[in-house]
Design a protein around this ligand. Structure first.
Ligand code: PMP
Length: 380
């Protein structure tokens, strides 16, 4: 009798016979389906039609360092960063990737010396995004290796530090933490958008990663972009993608460009995409905090308000994930919630305690409603 809510692309609602009690709520992945209704309203404005003869060539712009990058995507990315004020684009090379996941791997390839006697250490402050260790080590590369929590890194060797801000899983604003001289930084800014965090100033780092997955919710389009200061690094990242997948889908780049332009356009109109998504996140965070406050079993991090330069609003972070802690003597929070048919990702995947779990805040309304109803009903 156990049911799982639909995760199909149509998102059609299923009939839940018993008020939802038998349903398994899957909040393990950060699948950003919550913006679907906004995009449904947009209809034709964001529809892309492609004829059979279009986008046939491997090449997009052979004069560009990233020769498979569609010029339309560059314009859309540059415009949106200017509208939002969340990153500097002047004097940067744009490198496109199949999601920012591919760009992460491209950056590791570009930043690890090819002939070193030992693999380059890769670190990030715990709790860190659970995919970093997996993506760093799955091919058992001789170029780089996962070296864990940046707070604990005390070797004198060179390292790459991933700075994720706002952070996945806990939503905190981050700076680099290793105080060495031999470090190279990659800033993963997937969540540095005004529905999740007050924008304080345009980010101005050497390598910055962004993705449509979390900015507009188009995870299935699989498009990310890197803003890279150094031409040689941008070239090596491009080489990685060339060897890996001989470029990035043009159809996807053109779709992503259309979506990003629509987001920029919406910022001149009545209701911007960021207004819509901010209000949705705010509503969800209010709800989850109310649910958690009804029980003694759980707690959530608090975030002090700051003024967002984009919206002028004063607010505390509204992270894409809730970093939920089991209070009291429950040590395995993931297992505890699973027994109540709530699937989450346990703290150990993020280099943290099993008393924590990461809960996706980006699901559809129906799942979120069930979750905030079920959570306070749990008794230990
Ligand atoms: N970085 C962070 C911090 C993420 O949370 C995610 C997605 N969960 C990614 C990168 C990867 O995103 P993409 O879909 O663009 O590969």
């Amino acid at each position: 009798r156990t049911q799982i809510l639909p995760t199909t692309s149509s998102g059609a609602a299923t009939v839940v016979p018993d008020g939802g009690e038998s349903v398994v709520i899957n909040l393990d992945h950060g699948d950003p389906t919550m913006y679907e209704n906004f995009w449904k309203q947009k209809g034709e404005e964001t529809t892309v039609i492609t004829s059979g003869w279009q986008h046939i060539s491997y090449f997009s712009d052979i004069k560009n360092v990233c020769w498979f990058l569609e010029p339309e995507l560059v314009s859309a990315v540059t415009r949106l960063h200017k509208v939002v004020g969340n990153a500097k684009t002047d004097g940067r090379h744009v490198v496109v990737g199949t999601g920012s996941s591919q760009l992460y791997q491209a950056a590791l390839f570009a930043l690890s010396p090819p002939n070193a006697s030992d693999p380059m250490n890769v670190v990030s402050a715990a709790p860190f995004y659970s995919s970093y260790p997996l993506m760093t080590d799955y091919l058992k590369s001789g170029l780089h290796k996962w070296a864990g929590d940046a707070y604990k890194f005390n070797k004198q060797n060179p390292y790459i530090e991933l700075v994720t801000s706002p952070n996945n899983p806990d939503g905190s604003t981050r700076q680099d933490v290793v105080k060495g001289h031999k470090g190279i930084l990659i800033h993963d800014l997937a969540y540095y958008w005004p529905q999740y965090t007050p924008i304080l100033s345009p980010a101005d780092y050497d390598i910055m990663l962004f993705t449509v997955s979390k900015s507009t919710g188009h995870a299935g389009t699989r498009i990310g972009w890197a803003l890279v200061k150094d031409r040689e690094v941008a070239k090596k990242m491009t080489t990685f993608i060339e060897i890996n997948t001989i470029g990035v889908s043009k159809d996807s780049q053109i779709r992503a460009a259309k979506i990003l332009q629509a987001v920029s356009d919406s910022c001149d109109g009545d209701e911007s995409f960021f207004d819509y998504s901010y209000k949705l996140m705010e509503k969800r965070w209010k709800k989850i905090r109310e649910a958690v406050d009804k029980t003694e079993l759980f707690s959530l991090p608090d975030f002090p308000p700051e003024i967002c330069s984009f919206s002028g609003r004063s607010f505390g972070q509204l992270p894409a994930f809730a970093w939920l802690k089991c209070e009291g003597d429950v040590d395995d929070c993931e297992g505890f919630l699973r027994r109540h048919k709530i699937l989450s990702r346990g703290g150990k995947h993020f280099g943290a305690s099993t008393k924590y779990v990461r809960i996706s805040m980006l699901c559809r309304d129906s799942e979120f409603e069930l979750f905030t109803k079920r959570l306070p009903a749990i008794i230990s």
